[in-house]
Design a protein around this ligand. Structure first.
Ligand SMILES: Cc1cc2nc3c(=O)[nH]c(=O)nc-3n(C[C@H](O)[C@H](O)[C@H](O)COP(=O)(O)OP(=O)(O)OC[C@H]3O[C@@H](n4cnc5c(N)ncnc54)[C@H](O)[C@@H]3O)c2cc1C
Length: 299
């Protein structure tokens, strides 16, 4: 931290926090510093007091993230359970902060008889992660309902931005550099609460049937190439069940890598590389990674 005589922030700062505790793969190394803000105003103060050169890693529920075993040499900003406000601005516009779970957003909107984000019910991340990834499922995508976003710069300056300031694609969002999402305004359409609830149940059942839900994973590892499915290509190479250490390609869904118990981040990353190389060699397709990998290898 920059020299300060009195500590102005009110959140929780931890040192050498294991990121295996905060990522759905349940693997990986520690964050040198890990900050869980008290609220959004507190996060602005914390960032204002932080050394401007400090590397930052924003984390929601860590459901699309692998932190290498040597850890992250910087400060993790942990939003889940910290940036939690959810307010209705009018009868169809919801302001939701980045640390609110996607499941809660689906629940609250359905309860109001609004439609458009039922797909979020099955995405085990936060709104911040969903905005960063343009998370989507079953034909729906996060940015289809975004009316505006609030962002923060590294030094705690806030901005209100409109969707046309972003280049949004399939699991990809590019916008002003050096800013992170702290909230979004979502515009929903009038619907029918019972129909939305039935849709959510159907989508969750489809997930249960097709995805490995009982072992730690990070969802789809690779983006689907245009006109094809990464899972089909991986399966065609006979890679279902292939393992490196404790990391294995799921037998249930070939685009999922599961931690069978004691996988290191290095095991998972090696398996990801092996899958990508094999698919390129045997199927002629260069798969692009969807999951984010950060931090240092263990030496
Ligand atoms: C079982 C399972 C099923 C899944 N199914 C789907 C699915 O159907 N569709 C889908 O799209 N994804 C799916 N995922 C992947 C994942 O849930 C989504 O990508 C989700 O949006 C990630 O949210 P998160 O809060 O966990 O983000 P994290 O994993 O914490 O972070 C992901 C990335 O976003 C960045 N980030 C996080 N918060 C912010 C912020 N506030 N501002 C800026 N950047 C930020 C992080 O730095 C990181 O680069 C699945 C994952 C699992 C484990």
């Amino acid at each position: 931290m920059a020299a300060q005589h009195t500590q102005r922030w009110r959140g929780e700062l931890r040192y050498d926090e294991s990121m295996a505790r905060h990522t759905s793969w349940r693997a990986g190394g520690p964050a040198r510093r890990f900050y869980k803000p008290a609220d959004l105003a507190d996060l602005c103060v914390f960032l204002q007091d932080l050394d401007p050169d400090e590397p930052l890693l924003w984390v929601g529920l860590g459901s699309n993230l692998l932190v290498r075993d040597g850890g992250f040499r910087g400060t993790v900003i942990y939003t889940f359970g910290a940036l939690t406000a959810l307010d209705w601005l009018d009868d169809k516009t919801l302001r939701v902060e980045a640390g609110v779970s996607c499941a809660r957003v689906a629940r609250e909107t359905t309860r109001r008889g609004l439609t458009g984000v039922e797909f979020l019910a099955g995405i085990p991340g936060t709104m911040g992660g969903a905005l960063a990834m343009n998370a989507g499922a079953f034909g729906g995508e996060t940015w289809e309902v975004v009316k505006a976003v609030e962002t923060l710069e590294g030094q705690g300056r806030r901005h209100l931005r409109l969707p046309d300031e972003y280049e949004v694609g399939y699991r990809s969002v590019k916008g002003p550099a050096g800013e992170w999402f702290v909230a979004a305004e979502l515009e929903l359409k009038p619907g029918d609460a019972e129909e939305s609830l039935a849709k959510i149940k159907r989508l969750l059942a489809q997930r249960g049937a097709s995805q490995p839900t009982s072992l730690p994973n990070a969802g789809s590892v690779f983006r689907n190439p245009v006109g094809d499915h990464a899972a089909r290509l991986i399966e065609a190479c006979g890679l279902k069940g292939a393992c490196v250490g404790g990391a294995c390609v799921s037998d249930k869904h070939a685009n999922f890598i599961i931690n069978t118990g004691n996988a290191s981040a290095a095991d998972i990353e090696s398996l990801i590389k092996r899958v990508a190389l094999t698919v390129e060699r045997e199927q002629g397709v260069a798969l692009e990674r969807e999951v984010r990998i950060v931090g240092e290898a263990k030496v």
